[in-house]
Design a protein around this ligand. Sequence first.
Ligand SMILES: C[S@@+](CC[C@H](N)C(=O)[O-])C[C@H]1O[C@@H](n2cnc3c(N)ncnc32)[C@H](O)[C@@H]1O
Length: 424
Amino acid sequence: MKSKKKRKNAMLNNGEDSGTGVEENRLAGNDRGMVEVAGGDEGQDVAESCRERENEGLETLDSLSKSFPMNGGNGTYSYSKNSSIQREASIIVEALINEVIAEKLDIENISSTSNTIRIADLGCASGTNTIFATQHIIEVVEKLYRSKGFESKIPEFQVLFNDLPTNDFNTLFTSSLPSEKNYFVAAVPGSFYGRLFPESSLHIVHCSCGLHWLSKVPEEILNKDSPAWNKGKIYYTSASDEVADAYASQFDRDVDNFLNARAVEMVSGGLMLLLTIGAADGVSRSEMPQGWVHDAFGSSLMDMAKEGLISEAKVDSFNVPIYIVRPNDMVRAVERNGCFSIERMQLTDPLLKIDEPLDMHACVTHARAALGGLIAKHFGIEKHFESEIMDEMFDRFDKKAVVFSTMEPRYKKNSVLFVTLKRK
Ligand SMILES: C[S@@+](CC[C@H](N)C(=O)[O-])C[C@H]1O[C@@H](n2cnc3c(N)ncnc32)[C@H](O)[C@@H]1O
């Protein structure tokens, strides 16, 4: 890759409210929330270097076999019944999506080259969240066409729903997708850490609560001989620096693959809307609220191991493959990639909007819907979502997690990171 002059200007303005209804931090390189990473006059070089990386994203992803999707169907512990927190996260960034599409989507350019706008929702799962989110994006784009006098040029829309091949696409298409809709749909099974779509075919990429899922647990934390071995814990926030570094490096590798693939697939000027769990750069990892929840679960599992109900070795080798993304992680990833500019980056929080006090039982059931498959596979539990041992694990987790609900509210703030990237 050619060396480039980098320009970066990210700063943190505390407490600015842009209409999402919560106190939030806003990262901005200028007054419109833009963090520019590379100069626009270098667009041609950058485009070439993105294309050069086309094959990198096509490598076989053996990690796919280690990934487990959300629990399918519509049962008690299904993702579709237990994803209201993720829905709240999407709702809270709707106003930001409205702004960023209105300001940054170049419809004159799009309408001169295509009659179809292709929107990919990456990590769509099986519930209705993906439907609401993509429907919202379509409405905002249509409104933009009307407001700019392009009424007669309103395009057709195609929504490409992506998730791992084991995702319950049947429930998505039979229960969640409305029968009346003004867009075409297709399912695209595969890992978003590799190529999924043809070159220059996507106008908008949306990924909500997906990118923080690592492609795999970092190998060194499973190695008993490594200083990063994560004995007795299932997460990194209260673990050693070596464990935390291993998680961060895995995220770096994954996000690089993600951006390389999207750089090839997106049209120039295309927008990427990303929502991940997150934390401000200045928050120490031991203070991250998401970590306290996983620690409560890890401690429940260790109690069960000590009582002989499950194997301690299995607890030692179980780790939650989720990374809490900091703004600087994204700034550095975008710099390394070079094909995107950061148009908006903002921390916000869905949790405070849901209930006061926080409904920890609902949080635990959400965790069961998301992690149940992974846990069942790891601990060799059959009939995983309804088994007694699974009930025991999550009952204990439920009791310990109550501590989390008494946490100081300041720790619960800014637990979601919204980032908009533009393909150069
Ligand atoms: C918490 S769910 C979010 C679902 C939905 N976007 C929402 O907001 O409700 C995360 C989704 O990302 C999917 N996922 C995780 N890693 C993935 C990967 N490498 N490729 C594609 N999908 C992935 C999971 O299977 C899961 O359905």
